[in-house]
Design a binder for this molecule. Structure first.
Ligand code: HEM
Length: 125
């Protein structure tokens, strides 16, 4: 219905949690991404679940705990080129395949995540 958020359309907390856990398993195996991340991704995944919940119109979990996301600033310590942006999006797309996220919500999320990922690029190739 008209009051349903993208977060609801995705399937809420359960589906988002599965998606993020699946995504970080792929990130930890990806040669262009793994070196940037800590070995233990527990806290990274917890923050990403909070962030994506609010990104998709659910409760503002990330900002309540961490303040304004300022995502580009928070990514400045890491060298991110279009290689990393595409790798990040590829991991997300494959995680969506595994979790079975299809249709309009998938296209909506990939379009917005693509813009956000490319906005994180902070180094030329
Ligand atoms: C944190 C890499 C794109 C959301 C991080 C961290 C790294 C990273 C290395 C720190 C992890 C840690 O120390 O726990 C990347 C790379 C990207 C990318 C290489 C490729 C473009 C994105 C996108 C989003 C996002 C598209 C949102 C949709 C976050 C959030 C955090 C984070 C919410 C936690 C920030 C905090 O510390 O509070 N990212 N990221 N990232 N990333 Fe990304």
């Amino acid at each position: 219905n008209s009051s349903q958020t993208p977060f609801d359309a995705l399937g809420g907390e359960d589906v988002l949690s599965k998606l993020v856990d699946t995504f970080y398993r792929k990130v930890s195996q990806h040669p262009d991404l793994a070196p940037l991340f800590p070995n233990d991704l527990t806290e990274t995944a917890r923050k990403q679940k909070q962030f994506l919940t609010q990104f998709l119109g659910g409760p503002s979990l990330y900002s309540e705990e961490h303040g304004h996301p300022m995502l580009r600033a928070r990514h400045m310590p890491f060298v991110i080129t279009s290689i990393q942006a595409e790798a990040w999006l590829n991991c997300m797309e494959r995680a969506m395949d595994d979790v079975g996220i299809e249709g309009v919500i998938r296209e909506y999320m990939l379009e917005r995540l693509s813009m956000t990922a490319h906005h994180m690029v902070n180094q030329p190739l």
